[in-house]
Design a protein around this ligand. Structure first.
Ligand code: GNR
Ligand code: NI
Length: 172
């Protein structure tokens, strides 16, 4: 197992559309292990492979509370089959946009088809936190960030702030 570096804004790779996984082999299993280690270390409740610079359609998640046993979940090649009409609002954050949080409204429930670590096709109907996290992570697989769901003013402000921070880093 190994920690991998999480890429942050304005890294252009966050805008890539990730490629489907052809087969769940040893390399994919190693990547998933590293993603869990990186996600728990961060800590975060979800992680998309592109956040560790691998443009493959893989998500790890664990929405268990701190005082509960770990509940690791892996979603490979996830597809949203259905979204509810009713919506829910959560304060979202992203490990690739550190220390920035905003309310985002999304469908309250989703049905997702995915492949598990054994290579089996499965379906899950999620609501609450898991529904939000799945949508946030599937967005990452399509090069979409949660700030894309905010007003242009808010989004441009955040992008500008991270662009400036990167420039300062360059000079140091
Ligand atoms: O750790 C995370 N918390 C979170 C909170 C609300 C909605 C989505 C998330 S996902 C985020 C980790 C992350 O950046 N995943 O891509
Ligand atoms: Ni994120």
């Amino acid at each position: 197992m190994a920690l991998r570096e999480i890429i942050i804004l304005p890294d252009k790779r966050l805008r890539l559309v990730s490629e489907p996984v052809a087969a769940v082999d040893a390399e994919i299993r190693r990547l998933v292990e590293d993603m869990f280690e990186t996600m728990y270390d961060a800590p975060g409740v979800g992680l998309a492979a592109i956040q560790v610079a691998v443009p493959k359609r893989i998500i790890t998640a664990d929405i268990a509370k701190k005082d509960e046993p770990k509940r690791p979940q892996v979603f490979i090649n996830p597809e949203i089959l259905w979204t509810s009409e009713d919506r829910a609002s959560y304060e979202e954050g992203c490990l690739s946009i550190p220390d920035y949080y905003e309310e985002v409204e999304r469908p309250a429930a989703v049905k997702v088809r995915y492949t598990d670590l054994a290579g089996e096709t499965r379906e899950v109907e999620a609501n609450g936190m898991l529904a939000t996290v799945l949508q946030h992570e599937i967005d990452h697989l399509n090069g979409v960030l949660f700030i894309d769901h905010l007003s242009r003013l808010k989004r441009d402000r955040v992008i500008k702030k991270f662009a400036k921070a990167a420039k300062r880093e360059e000079k140091d």
